[in-house]
Design a protein around this ligand. Structure first.
Ligand SMILES: [Fe+2]
Length: 285
């Protein structure tokens, strides 16, 4: 299935399937402030866990977006067929509307790297290798597989991350998950001004999903470090980027509040703000 056929979902919440901080069930009917979909991440061996926590919601038809975490999308080498088939099985089981993962190296010798991931090398050759991997994953998934711009704390590059994602997406004919916090952190990590981005040539028409979260600022020597932080309130810089650019995203299908470890009260304020913003654009009418 091509990303352009994805239906519009609306405003969603990324949370652990257990419902612990936040409890996404507090944003489902009959409550008044509701989410349009649930997004969750899972290891390829966690189908039983997913079944345990959300089979009732799957049966009720709650739209699901699934975020795999095990693929080394930045590497040309083949994925383990078991990882592919078991990850695809989770997507199938929950009738995922789409899936998407950050372009990086997430595992090494069987170990999950988590926040210690290694980003892709941002150059033309790497982009073409990644595009090949993304095509393969799309051929083996029951729903579109999208690419997300990764969190970056250091960069080996000859091109801006947005240009890299653009080359991958065009060559794989794939949709994009645009993580605004990852993008702002990348700007800082690579010594760029926050607004010094090549947005004029970015294929916004391929953006299917936007990720919004908080930003964690810290000082390392004389430098400021910024990382995407799901447990923090959505940062004003992220809201501002979205407000300035959402009108370019004609194919946006979902705005995901990435809120793992946020209190429900905080999620509520974000949800209401996201509703106001997207109502204004008419994208999710
Ligand atoms: Fe994200």
């Amino acid at each position: 299935m091509h990303f352009s056929s994805i239906p519009t979902l609306g405003v969603g919440l990324a949370a652990d399937v257990s419902g612990v901080l936040p409890n996404y069930r507090n944003f489902l009917p009959p409550n008044s402030d509701t989410i349009d979909y649930l997004s969750f991440g899972a290891h390829y061996l966690q189908l039983a866990r997913v079944k345990h926590y959300i089979d009732d919601l799957i049966s009720l038809g709650l739209p699901i977006v699934f975020h795999p975490i095990n693929f080394n999308i930045a590497l040309e080498e083949s994925e383990d067929p078991e990882v592919v088939s078991r990850t695809a099985a989770i997507a199938s089981h929950c009738n995922a509307v789409w899936t998407g993962q950050d372009v990086g190296i997430w595992t090494c010798r069987g170990q999950y790297l988590g926040s210690f991931l290694v980003p892709a090398i941002f150059d033309e050759r790497s982009a073409l290798e990644v595009a090949k991997k993304v095509r393969y994953l799309n051929e083996n998934f029951p729903c579109p597989f999208l690419i997300e711009n990764p969190p970056v704390t250091f960069s080996l590059e000859t091109m801006h991350m947005l240009d890299f994602i653009s080359v991958v997406a065009e060559n794989a004919d794939a949709g994009i998950v645009l993580d605004i916090g990852h993008l702002i952190g990348y700007q800082q990590a690579t010594g760029r001004q926050v607004n010094d981005m090549p947005l004029g040539r970015f294929p916004f028409h391929r953006v299917v999903e936007v990720h919004l979260a908080g930003l964690q600022f810290s000082r390392i020597g004389n430098d400021t470090n910024i990382i995407d932080q799901h447990a923090y309130p959505v940062h004003d810089l992220c809201w501002q980027f979205l407000e300035r650019n959402i009108d370019r995203m004609h194919n946006l299908k979902g705005l995901t509040l990435e809120q793992e470890f946020c209190e429900d009260e905080l999620v509520l304020t974000h949800l209401r703000k996201a509703r106001v913003l997207t109502r204004h654009t008419g994208l999710f009418s």
